[in-house]
Ligand binder design. Sequence first.
Ligand SMILES: C[S@@+](CC[C@H](N)C(=O)[O-])C[C@H]1O[C@@H](n2cnc3c(N)ncnc32)[C@H](O)[C@@H]1O
Length: 249
Amino acid sequence: MLRPMTQTTDFGFREVPRDAKASMVREVFDSVAPRYDVMNDLMSLGLHRAWKQAFVAAIGAGASDTLLDLAAGTGDVAFLAKKRGAGRVILADINAAMLGVGQGRALEKGLASGLDFVCCDAEHIPLPSRSVEKVSMAFGLRNCTDKDAVLREGFRVLRPGGRMHVLEFSKLEVAALRPLYDAWSFKALPAIGQRIAQDGDSYQYLAESIRMFPDQPTLAGMFEAAGFERVAYRNLSGGIVAIHTGWKL
Ligand SMILES: C[S@@+](CC[C@H](N)C(=O)[O-])C[C@H]1O[C@@H](n2cnc3c(N)ncnc32)[C@H](O)[C@@H]1O
């Protein structure tokens, strides 16, 4: 089901013109790219590494699979997938600065072969229909203006029998923990961002964007609306993040 198109969208807690969001998100990641990896460790207390390990294990890309990793950023998911035996991995991201850090890391790790880098918007993937076996997206969907379009594009480029996986911040299962989580997100994260990356505003946006993201059942419904079947999700760390999956059958 297509939703009605409005002229504004959320940018964290702010309403902004739809056509302004992508460039505002780009500015955020231009700003955070050089310190992105160290900030990820600090902000998640290292948990993002375990979440990504679980995510890549769930993707299960084999040697004959092409994995398209949307919002690939600095390459964590792609490198883990390669280490676990994935064939070709395409790293796609709207931000050249993030992909540039990823390319440098791939060279350092000796992982450059079998990796392709594509600078593009996940809402308009420059790949033919039915061309990849797996599509993944970690911590990227909440930054996109038209999340339904991203899911439709993921569905389009998958071959029949392929599967899409999304790892994203979600809603805590235990409501009593929310005040503590809010204090961490809205007080500690911007302060750490200001201190380490001299950019409290970007980290304020990241915290706000997490709160604005659809909860687990809503995102599952969006997968179904995009055409996916056997849609499922799994909470990690009590719902701080969730892995959603759907098949193209
Ligand atoms: C929080 S980072 C996640 C990076 C990586 N997947 C990870 O888990 O470390 C979000 C990424 O989404 C990218 N992004 C934002 N909007 C996008 C869009 N419309 N299309 C593709 N990538 C986008 C940003 O440039 C950034 O690299």
